[in-house]
Design a protein around this ligand. Structure first.
Ligand SMILES: [Zn+2]
Length: 1129
């Protein structure tokens, strides 16, 4: 390789390479702070294409690819200079490093906010009124004596098993099911008074209107008058033995159902009121201290319908009358068991299985909508310590006033227990989900870039924490005391500033690192590998050209797309062109490298068939600047589909492909990303060769974990090498059968890469999704060669990390690359006592190389409150974040435990969390009541969604690869993604307001919420459905699908017809907006009621029982209640 050539070609467009710290960025910071840095983290306009492809397209000659003999592999070692162990989160700052002070004052420019002093907030500031409430599901209370007849036999005998939660102990579901069957068999006949409250469809609205102001027990949700909504008949209980110690996949579907608990809690045993939600006399009690809007929509299944009638479609297109606005005492309740078409007329005995009214249990939609209306209107200012942000589903603006935006860091608890004993007692994980490079909305300024000069960022001498708003300046500003370790550090001369009368630096508002929660530092050469400024990164496209890849149309589609896509490579700020160089490899059983040097008339191919010891046969001309080599690249991209068009080669290699990319980056001395487009299990003889070891019989056995483990260590070792080089691997899979995602995805997983899977790919049908994903993936903001370190103040420390990365020690999260979509979940544990005055501080520092080769540090700071009362903890929690943590804990757990154990562990920990609240925080009340903390009242429903997901409880049709794939995707999701992924968004399309930009209010994910006269859109971030009820009005069908009747709708369509009417436009715009909100493109699937595809759709109706044996929400809530009671007794 001609390294000089590289330097000559690519050296000049890199501002700041020489004067790096001195002028290049001073200009930026002093000049146009906001706009200058906008593109970096901001909207896509930073990556607008440069001019259209410049180079003339050259004719494609008869493809005379020359096969060169390999040059010496030894060459690559000559450039293999990067040490592997010296990536640190910055060097130690020592006195001899003092150099010329280059302090410049920072002018925040467009930052309009008057920053408020960061200080411990007023003690009551974090006590949001709406967090005070408790939710109760009352069991047996004095109001209504338990019915004598309802014996609930077995529970006591099960109690001891759950108390200790042995991993291999009896299945929780077993315990669950057995008693419930007993209940079923002893269900009293209809009309038995104790059941009436549970069919609380008819909760009088008046009881919601004046909430109590305390957390006391005053019932808000009083039972309906006896008889008003009583079931008219009881459904027969499920057959015994249908239960569910899991999900025997070989059984017929009905066998997978957990016992239907009939939603009608049996009477508690005598003397032990309410083992399950007993014959509740009060239904659910809710005690919010918040304003009354909270529970008005308790009839929440029809929450959306309760809204004022929508102006347009309301009249003609409302669905069936079953689920509309007003509580209807005798309204049919649908039986979730009635699979095919619950909305059809049901036999009378099936109408009334529920003993707990689904409308009376905590509704995700209710919580989401309440948060939107309570918190969506005002900006969220981060100046107050320990403040719980609005939910991820709420659209809100963030003002950084000294703590990081929740878009960067979200915590499960914003008020940490002071002692580890308290933490153990409550079992609430102290966890944060950090998304260091998160994309911000256009109206929020991306982090400012700060330059502290040649000596680099100011840091604490001892713990190396970076300058931040929590540092206390003392002695007139000459020294500062670290908020993390209390060590006192001299302020370097060039950074000195006088203090004002409050002890604040005079330049407080001028410096992001003193007044903002998030900002970036320019890193010096000390923060670079081998003390050398990095080269710009490279992208290498590695294309499978075996038979399947050609036949599906992939190769042709991809090569065509790359011609334009290469114009969109990430660029730094306002740079005219991307500094990223590109290279191309094709492969089947052998690898083909291409020389696309700009001086060539035609690309040259070099074949490497000795794949046992991979090397790169060319150095000069392999990685090139796109604009310089445009013509040669275009020629290559035109030739590739032709060259391999007639291939009969079906075998592929995989390990050598990654090795080749890695070697190429090593030789070029740069970090980068490999884009691998791969179709089959790599069966060809080569390093990393795999065998088909899929075995679904392992499901639900102790050996199930091997399905998630890689089948060879080869890729572990390769991943480690890749991380050391900063070689990130993105994997696009196009399998027609098992490809062993668990193994193939390993390097991707450990290098911070992204994985995409297009099963049975056909260019025609799936091209749109693939190309959209590819575009986004190539263009997105990304940092290379990254190390993340999380520092904490004394008393807690980060002990565990979850995500797509590699760790070679216990503190540094190493990422070959980190992009704007990846989140890392961190768990903290006590190592000492915390105190309420000081709170707890977290500082996340991400060292990375930008797309132009700049070395930077992104810093995020968050300060939390600490409490001595558990009630404060429970008042300041965030369930979505808690679930994010639980999912990641579980998905790591399946690598070493049976899924059953993992499920039990989650249930156990959640039960402990809720039991602790019940015991220590809730007002005294009947033991039979289920009392949930307001902030966690959705924990049961969300937890159940996690437990039912394919990874932990697969249905029969889910492939092993799909499970491994889902697992890998979820592990780097942020809170917003896990939130919608596990509890999808279900929007009643027929209620959309065509004159508004708003979406219709979502409804709960249950079949019984669907009207057969309605059309619904369901999305979870990966899947997008439009479900059409068979009784939908013809003119609505005409307006959207351009056919006259339900029967004529073509469910094979993958896009809605473009029709010129408001309904078509509005729905298509909703689909577009939803797609734009998600990191991955969702292919639209049309599902007609009763169509065969409906099974797939129903898989996402998370409140219902699942085909794989997952419990319905109501059932699971009963189960959780029982678990909690057992813990309390
Ligand atoms: Zn320190």
């Amino acid at each position: 390789m001609n390294q000089q050539g590289h330097m000559a070609s690519y050296g000049q467009p890199q501002p700041g390479y020489q004067g790096y710290q001195q002028f290049a960025y001073n200009q930026h910071t002093a000049g146009v702070p906001t706009s200058q840095y906008g593109p970096y983290n901001g909207p896509v306009q930073g990556y607008e294409p440069t001019a259209a492809p410049q180079g003339p397209l050259r004719p494609t000659p008869g493809a005379p690819p020359t096969s060169l003999p390999p040059s010496t592999a030894a060459q690559s070692t000559a450039y293999n200079q990067y040490g592997q162990g010296d990536i640190q989160n910055g060097p130690a700052m020592t006195d001899q490093m003092q150099r010329f002070p280059v302090s410049q004052s920072y002018m925040p420019g467009g930052q309009p906010i008057a920053y408020q002093q960061y200080a411990p907030p007023p003690s009551n500031a974090q006590h949001l009124p709406n967090q005070m409430a408790a939710m109760q599901i009352s069991g047996s209370t004095s109001n209504a004596p338990p019915p004598i007849s309802q014996s609930y036999g077995p529970p006591t005998s099960h109690r001891q098993t759950t108390a200790s939660f042995p991993p291999t102990g009896p299945a929780v579901y077993t315990q669950y099911s057995t008693p419930l069957q007993n209940i079923s068999s002893s269900i009293p006949q209809a009309g038995n008074p104790p059941q009436q409250p549970f069919s609380g469809q008819t909760v009088p609205a008046s009881t919601f209107t004046s909430p109590p102001t305390s957390t006391g027990l005053t019932g808000m949700n009083l039972p309906p008058p006896p008889g008003v909504s009583r079931p008219t008949a009881m459904h027969a209980p499920p057959l015994p033995g249908q239960s569910q110690t899991g999900f025997p996949p070989s059984q017929p579907p009905t066998g997978h159902y957990p016992p239907q608990p009939n939603h009608r809690p049996a009477a508690p045993q005598t003397g032990v009121p309410g083992v399950v939600p007993g014959p509740p006399t009060q239904g659910f009690q809710v005690h919010p201290t918040q304003p009354s809007q909270g529970f008005i929509p308790q009839q929440n299944g029809s929450f959306g319908q309760m809204r004022a009638p929508q102006p347009n479609y309301a009249a003609p297109y409302t669905g069936t009358p079953s689920y509309n606005s007003q509580p209807q005492p005798q309204q049919k309740r649908l039986d979730p068991d009635s699979i095919p078409s619950p909305l059809n007329e049901l036999p009378p005995q099936q109408k009334t299985r529920h003993r707990i009214d689904p409308d009376a249990i905590p509704s995700p939609i209710q919580v989401i909508e309440d948060d939107k209306s309570n918190r969506g209107s005002e900006p969220f200012s981060t100046g107050v310590r320990g403040q719980v942000p609005p939910l991820v589903t709420t659209d809100f603006v963030v003002k950084d006033q000294g703590n990081s935006s929740p878009r960067f860091i979200r915590c499960a608890a914003y008020n940490l227990p002071c002692t580890s004993d308290m933490a153990k007692q409550c079992q609430v994980p102290l966890t944060a989900v950090i998304k260091p490079l998160a994309t911000l909305p256009a109206d929020e300024a991306p982090p400012y870039i700060v330059d502290h000069g040649e000596t680099g960022p100011i840091r604490c001498n001892r713990c190396k924490a970076y300058m931040c708003p929590y540092m206390q300046f003392i002695e007139g500003g000459r020294r500062f005391q670290c908020a993390f370790c209390s060590c006192v550090t001299e302020v370097p001369l060039h950074y000195f500033q006088h203090l004002d009368h409050t002890g604040k630096r005079m330049d407080y508002y001028d410096r992001p690192e003193l007044s903002l929660g998030s900002y970036e530092f320019l890193a010096t050469v000390d923060y670079c590998k081998n003390n050398k400024i990095p080269n710009p990164p490279a992208f290498i496209f590695m294309i499978d050209v075996s038979y399947n890849a050609l036949k599906s149309g992939l190769v042709h589609l991809l090569c065509e797309e790359l011609k334009t896509l290469l114009d969109y490579l990430p660029r730094e700020g306002n740079a005219e062109e991307s500094a990223i160089r590109v290279g191309f490899v094709t492969y089947n059983k052998v690898l083909h490298f291409y020389n696309v040097k700009s001086s060539l008339a035609q690309p040259q191919m070099m074949v490497v068939s000795d794949i046992a010891d991979m090397f790169v046969p060319l150095l000069d001309g392999f990685l090139v600047n796109v604009n310089e080599s445009r013509a040669v690249i275009n020629s290559l991209l035109e030739q590739i589909p032709e060259m391999f068009g007639d291939t009969r080669e079906t075998e592929t290699v995989f390990g050598p492909v990654i090795q080749a990319g890695l070697e190429a980056l090593k030789a070029a001395e740069c970090a980068g990303k490999l884009f691998i487009f791969h179709s089959t299990l790599p069966l060809a003889e080569a390093p990393g060769k795999l065998k088909n070891r899929d075995d679904k019989k392992l499901i639900n056995t102790d050996k199930e974990k091997v399905l998630f483990q890689p089948q060879t260590n080869f890729y572990n070792n390769l991943a480690k090498e890749c991380v050391a080089q900063g070689c990130c691997v993105d994997l696009f899979l196009f399998p027609n059968q098992y490809v062993d995602v668990a193994t193939l995805g390993l390097v991707t997983y450990q290098t911070g890469g992204s994985i995409y899977k297009y099963t049975y790919f056909q260019a025609q049908a799936d091209g749109e999704r693939f190309l959209n994903d590819l575009h986004r993936d190539v263009r997105k903001v990304i940092g290379f060669d990254s190390v993340m370190r999380v520092r904490t103040s004394t008393g807690i420390r980060a002990t565990d990390f979850f995500g797509s990365f590699y760790m070679s020690n216990t503190t540094d999260v190493e990422l070959a690359a980190l992009d704007c979509d990846k989140a890392i979940t961190v768990e903290f544990k006590h190592d000492d006592k915390l105190n309420e005055d000081n709170g707890a501080q977290i500082q996340c520092a991400l060292l990375y190389t930008s797309c132009s080769g700049q070395r930077r540090l992104r810093i995020h700071n968050l300060s939390l409150n600490c409490c001595t009362q558990l009630a404060d903890l429970y008042r300041n929690c965030e369930t979505d974040t808690l679930i994010n943590y639980f999912v990641k804990l579980a998905y790591r757990g399946v690598l070493s435990n049976p899924t059953k154990t993992v499920r039990e562990t989650l249930i156990n920990q959640s039960a402990q969390i809720l039991a602790c609240y019940r015991k220590n925080c809730a007002s005294p009340s009947s033991a039979g009541q289920l009392i949930l903390p307001e902030c966690m009242k959705l924990l049961p429903v969300y937890l159940n969604c996690v437990l039912k997901n394919d990874v932990l409880q697969p249905s029969a049709e889910v492939s092993t690869d799909d499970r491994a794939y889902t697992r890998q995707l979820v592990i780097s999701m942020d809170v917003a993604e896990t939130s919608v992924f596990f509890y999808p968004r279900l929007l009643p399309v027929h209620k959309m307001d065509v004159d508004s930009d708003d979406f219709p209010v979502a409804i709960r994910c249950s079949e019984e919420r669907l009207s057969k006269g309605g059309i619904y859109l369901l999305e979870n971030g990966l899947n997008l459905f439009i479900w059409v009820g068979m009784n939908t009005q013809h003119d609505l069908i005409q307006s959207i699908f351009n056919v006259q009747s339900f029967g004529q709708i073509d469910s094979a369509m993958s896009a809605l017809p473009m029709l010129d009417n408001p309904y078509s436009k509005k729905l298509r715009s909703m689909v577009d907006m939803i797609r734009a909100q998600r990191p991955r493109f969702m292919k639209l699937i049309i599902v007609k009621q009763d169509d065969k595809m409906e099974v797939l759709f129903k898989h996402f109706l998370m409140e219902d029982k699942s085909a794989s044996g997952g419990a319905s929400y109501v059932d699971f809530l009963c189960h959780m209640h029982k678990e909690i009671r057992q813990l309390l007794s």
